[in-house]
Structure formats: C-alpha cells, structure tokens
Design a protein around this ligand. Structure first.
Ligand SMILES: Cc1cc2nc3c(=O)[nH]c(=O)nc-3n(C[C@H](O)[C@H](O)[C@H](O)COP(=O)(O)O)c2cc1C
Length: 171
C-alpha cells in the first residue's frame, strides 16, 4: 500500500501572524515533510513555469487574477499516473479561499478512482475555506478522507499534530 503526497508551497514573502516575513521553506512544504516522515510516502511538488512574485502583495494580486480567470497555470513537470498509490495526501496554502490554481492544474489531470484523498490547508485565518468543495470537483473519482487545517505560522512546529493526523488517516 503506497502513499503519495502532492503539494504546492511558496517560499519567499508571506504574511505570518500579521507581519510580512520571508520564508526559506514554505509552510505547506513543512507539512509535506511531516506527512512523509509519518507514513513513508512518495512526494511530488507542484511548481509553475511562471513564478509568482516574490513580493507578497504582488503575488496576492496575481493569485486573485488567476482565481477569477479560473486559470490552470502550466507546470514545470506533471504527475501522469497515480495507479500504484492508495492514499493521496494533498497539501497547499489557502489563497483567496481555495488552493493555488496550479494545484488544480495537476489534480484535474489524474484519475482518483479507488484512491482516498486526505488534504491539508495552511492559512492565516481562513481555515479550510472552500477547499473541501474543490477537492470533490477536481479529484475525479476519489473517496475523500480527512482534512486538516494548520495556521501557517504554526506549520514549522506542527510535526506531532500532522504525524498523528496522517497516521490516523491511513489506518
Ligand atoms: C496569494 C496569497 C493569497 C492568500 N490568501 C489567503 C486567504 O484568503 N486566507 C488566508 O487565511 N490566508 C491567505 N494567505 C496566507 C497563506 O494561506 C498562508 O501564509 C500559508 O501558510 C502559506 O503557505 P505556503 O508557505 O505553503 O505557501 C494567502 C497567501 C498568499 C501568498
């Protein structure tokens, strides 16, 4: 029984507990690492051909425009076949209420039949937002398992919480 993590996470300037900080490692990236340690999963990072602005405010504008346009930005590489996996973990930030459009670019290309999807959303107050709805729509055929929301600023120290959640998710 193999597990896979698909995540998107943005390094650089971000809004953390009310101030702008530059992150060397993204919050969802921390989470993906903790899941990997807990359930021994393969890992796939979603990354866009066109980078988002390093500047936080500029990035929020780019993300808003993509959301409005229902954009599906091009990725550097694509995962094509997930047939060998049973559990798929998805991790990414809440951007204007949903995952960054790039995650949907990838998810919509996959066949989730006979897979269970568990997902984590990092955020600065909006929690899971509208992500649960979009998981149903974009992970074609999936059984939806459990969801976890982690406040971005707490992500680096969320190891035990995330590990417990991930282990329970695959039980
Ligand atoms: C473009 C953009 C839009 C965001 N929109 C929201 C939002 O609507 N609600 C919220 O709680 N946090 C929002 N955030 C904050 C992120 O969800 C939060 O900082 C998260 O921990 C980032 O994870 P990452 O480091 O893995 O990218 C936004 C951040 C960015 C860069």
């Amino acid at each position: 029984m193999k597990n896979l993590i698909i995540y998107y996470s943005r390094r650089g300037q971000n809004y953390v507990n009310g101030t702008i900080k530059s992150l060397e490692k993204g919050n969802a990236e921390f989470i993906a690492g903790f899941i990997k340690d807990a359930v021994d999963a393969d890992i796939f990072e979603v990354d866009t051909v066109k980078p988002y602005s390093e500047d936080y405010t500029a990035c929020t504008e780019e993300a808003k425009a993509e959301l409005r346009a229902k954009a599906r930005p091009e990725l550097k590489k694509y995962l094509k076949d997930i047939s060998e996996y049973e559990n798929i973990f998805i991790a990414g930030p809440n951007w204007w209420g949903v995952y960054p459009m790039a995650l949907y670019t990838q998810l919509e290309k996959l066949d989730f039949k006979n897979k269970t999807v568990h997902y984590v959303v990092t955020h600065e107050g909006s929690g899971l937002g509208g992500v649960p709805e979009t998981i149903k729509d974009s992970c074609r055929g999936a059984t939806v398992g459990s969801a976890l929301e982690v406040r971005g600023g707490n992500a680096p120290s969320s190891r035990s919480q995330v590990e417990n959640w991930a282990k329970n998710a695959v039980k």
